[in-house]
Design a protein around this ligand. Sequence first.
Ligand code: 5GP
Ligand code: ZN
Length: 114
Amino acid sequence: MADCLFCKIVEGTIPAKKVHEDEHTLAFHDIAPHAPTHVLVIPRRHVPTLNDVTLEDRELMGSLLLSATKVARELGVADSGYRLVMNCNRDAGQTVFHVHVHVLGGRPLAWPPG
Ligand code: 5GP
Ligand code: ZN
């Protein structure tokens, strides 16, 4: 997708501080972190929102979840605790329309979210 920020990070035309990559996914630090650990895990393939995920994407979505838990372990927040967030569309505050999982940790996280 030519106009997608995260596709440009996948292509390498926009830099990012990568923490993990594999065949299907890429993980990098969020540019405006909301916690001591705030990493975004994305599929390499462009999928705009959770509403666009189909049965054919089940392996991709599984890889996304496994990459997120791997990142949590590698960045040392797995035992203390962390939160995975996926925002979908306006009311959830989605700003980048390429599916991503936020991995947030390193401090107590309030619940419920605002
Ligand atoms: P959303 O609000 O769509 O769930 O999350 C998008 C996230 O992307 C935000 O937390 C925002 O800080 C992050 N972000 C936006 N632009 C960039 C960028 O150029 N680089 C990185 N690493 N993160 C970005
Ligand atoms: Zn994209």
